[in-house]
Design a protein around this ligand. Structure first.
Ligand code: 13P
Length: 338
């Protein structure tokens, strides 16, 4: 049992590589497509994700890909199931298993993630379709009062129960507590909330007997709110993020793969690079970006199959730059290289 978990972690936590999050839910991908004037039909979603997974050389920089349920059952143009295409490219296929979020009752402004009921049965099915790891996202809105203790505890409990179900089925859980970037809060408030959230998440993981060696953490970086007057430099983001991680994340966790959470592609890369320049760290610090990897490629694609090569080139470029950032080898001048 542990052998399978260990093998999957070993493949995912690979020097110079990170994870591609291509698991946008139906409403989220519809928003992303709307921004490029593309209708969110099943065929357009298949075309986009097929294009992404077929990018030659992606496996050099990316060790795993998080897919959405629908994608697990879709096929590439040539008829190959998309999870098989991913695996052939050297990308371990994973699956988003939470069922989205909604209001936490009697806690105005707080949210809770759905999807624990029937999770084991769904996971069995996803495994048969090729998934070897999973992802569950909890979100925390930030203000002077939010998130409440109730939200911090309820989401930690759900994350831990999800992770325990995954490990019981030999699926590696990615535990994703996302402290949202929305709002006008200062970086210090983000640090305070992130620390409280991570403390509670690891207490819950411990309570539910989750093996930290066989999971990955996908946190947000410690950044000021998007509407805050003063934005932080990569060095400031790196310093504050590390301070929190060192206090809250046990060294037994093999890898921390950040989400991009609304940072621009270049910001997400520069911040990851700054983090790795402060290494060595007890965990491998890498990426699990969605928008920061896919946005430039989507802009190049715009729903036109004739733009596929351009889109793949843009995706590969971001993957390459983020790979460099995992080694602390990125510089802004690399952005101009073709
Ligand atoms: P972003 O990098 O776009 O935040 O997406 C990562 C993710 O998986 C969010 O759940």
């Amino acid at each position: 049992m542990t052998t399978e978990l260990r093998a999957t972690v070993h493949e995912l936590v690979h020097k110079g590589k990170g994870i591609l999050a291509a698991d946008e839910s139906a409403p989220t991908i519809a928003n992303r497509f709307k921004a490029i004037g593309v209708e969110s039909t099943e065929e357009n979603r298949r075309a986009w994700r097929g294009l992404v997974l077929a990018t030659a050389g992606l496996g050099q920089y990316v060790s795993g890909v998080i897919l959405y349920e629908e994608t697990l059952g879709q096929r590439a143009d040539g008829g190959e199931p998309l999870p098989e295409l991913a695996a052939r490219q050297g990308l371990v296929p994973g699956i988003k298993v939470d069922c989205g979020k909604g209001p936490l009752a009697l806690a105005p402004g707080d949210e809770i993630t759905y999807g624990l009921d029937g999770l084991a049965e769904r996971l069995e099915r996803y495994k048969q379709q090729g998934a070897r790891f999973a992802k569950w996202r909890a979100v925390y809105n930030v203000s002077g009062l939010l998130p409440s203790r109730a939200a911090i505890e309820a989401n930690a409990e759900a994350l831990a129960r999800y992770a325990a179900v995954c490990q019981s089925l030999d699926v590696v859980p990615i535990v994703e507590p996302e402290v949202l970037i929305d709002g006008g809060h200062a970086q210090a408030r983000c640090a305070e909330v992130t620390l409280a959230v991570l403390h509670e998440v690891f207490a819950a993981l411990n309570r539910h007997s989750v093996a930290l060696e066989h999971m990955l953490l996908k946190p947000s970086m410690v950044v000021p709110g998007k509407a805050h007057t003063q934005q932080a430099t990569p060095a400031e983001v790196a310093e504050q993020t590390l301070r929190v991680l060192r206090r809250a994340v046990p060294a037994a966790v093999p890898g921390i793969n950040f989400l991009s959470g609304g940072q621009s592609p270049a910001e997400a890369t520069a911040n990851l690079d700054a983090l790795n320049r402060l290494g060595p760290h007890p965990w491998q610090l890498s990426f699990s970006y969605g928008r920061a990897l896919q946005d430039p490629a989507m802009q190049a694609w715009r729903g036109q199959s004739g733009n596929a090569a351009l889109a793949q080139k843009a995706l590969l470029q971001r993957a390459r730059l983020n790979s460099a950032a995992t080694l602390g080898d990125y510089s802004a001048s690399m952005e101009d290289a073709t």
